[in-house]
Design a protein around this ligand. Structure first.
Ligand code: MP5
Length: 203
């Protein structure tokens, strides 16, 4: 089995450190993140997750076999409680989720869908990169976050053992593929979009 994910992650080692060390993640964990900053992220990310759901459906349609379809179906099912978490939080914080997203978010969301056009190996690489970035970022603060922080539900959502297992299964699907330049480029694009997304909401 090719070691595709290791090669991709090693190639992005320094950018990955910046994802883990981002002040948005640290501020969410220690509770110091200003409410308005969290609200900006919540609103942007709600739009992103809804686009991501469309991407997952489209990617499922080009999945090569039942195993891949089953992994993606699990990801889709998890979006139901996740979107409820966003929507419940928006109500309690008085946030309007219908505001127009940033151009960066529109670009990232559009890129997700466009990547499916490049075929399964690129699409599954994009999916793995998006989820791995979130898992690693939130898992890095899981054990140092107090249970009473106001953002605990979100940190738990992306650092749970279930989410870890899902990300591992996505990695296994990527590892079935021989690495191509198109996959390396797709991985790099997601890393750049992820960092820019944090900077946008935090800045
Ligand atoms: C994810 C996310 C994780 N919610 N937002 C960004 C900007 N990147 C990655 O995706 P999901 O669908 O919430 O697990």
């Amino acid at each position: 089995m090719p070691d595709t994910t290791s090669t991709l992650l090693t190639g992005q080692a320094s950018a990955w450190q910046r994802i883990l060390a981002h002040p948005f993640v640290a501020g969410t964990s220690d509770g110091s993140l200003p409410k308005a900053t969290f609200g900006r992220w919540l609103t942007e990310d709600h739009f992103f997750v809804r686009s991501f759901r469309t991407f997952l459906v489209a990617l499922s349609e080009v999945a090569p076999d039942d195993e891949a379809r089953e992994v993606l179906a699990g990801g889709l099912a998890a979006l139901v409680p996740e979107l409820e978490l966003f929507e419940g939080e928006a109500v309690s914080r008085g946030l309007d989720l219908t505001v127009e997203p940033s151009l960066l978010n529109l670009g990232y969301s559009s890129y997700l869908l466009a990547s499916v056009e490049e075929g399964w190996p690129v699409g599954i690489t994009v999916l793995y990169a998006v989820e791995k970035a979130y898992y690693d970022a939130w898992a890095s603060v899981r054990d140092s976050t107090g249970p009473d922080t106001q953002y605990a539900g979100f940190i738990a959502n992306w650092s749970s053992p279930e989410f870890a297992a899902y990300v591992d299964r996505l990695g296994d699907l990527v590892d079935r593929e021989e690495l191509t330049p198109a996959m390396t480029l797709a991985f790099d694009r997601v890393v750049r979009f992820e960092l820019a997304f944090w900077d946008l909401v935090h800045g």
